[in-house]
Design a protein. Structure first.
Length: 136
């Protein structure tokens, strides 16, 4: 059983009931900031939903459907889950959680491989872009 894992936060494109913007709040988050996990058994869409909140009390979204039942069950069983913000994603975030009540550690950052320059051998040739005053 993993004691520490990274979890996806989804639903960030939706506005909160109070009008606050989840994506804006995610943009304000720094890696390592604490987040709070709150089960929502009264959620009409998914009774096993687990909401994720920033330290400022703004909802960031929900744990993904693949993990919310398991994590929500652990919380209901009394597990001391400590979670921190890990990273932003295109439509949400990633958090890091420790299931033993210990502060989670952020994974080591890995260097990304540079993208290769467009290679004419790959069969892609971009269309020429004419000048703005072209009357062709």
């Amino acid at each position: 059983m993993p004691y520490e894992l990274s979890l996806a936060v989804v639903g960030a494109i939706h506005a909160n009931a109070d009008g606050s913007n989840r994506l804006f709040e995610i943009a304000l988050m720094a890696p390592g900031e604490p987040v709070t996990l709150v089960p929502e058994p009264a959620n009409k869409i998914d009774p096993s939903a687990v909401a994720v909140f920033s330290p400022r009390g703004i909802q960031l979204g929900y744990l993904s459907a693949e993990r919310c039942g398991w994590i929500g069950g652990k919380i209901k069983q009394g597990a001391d889950i400590v979670a921190i913000f890990q990273a932003r994603t295109r439509g949400g975030a990633i958090i890091r959680a420790n299931l033993d009540g210990q502060p989670p550690a952020l994974p080591a950052m890995t260097a990304r491989e540079p993208r290769p320059a467009s290679d004419p051998g790959d069969g892609f040739w971009p269309d020429p872009i004419p000048p703005d005053d072209w009357t062709g």
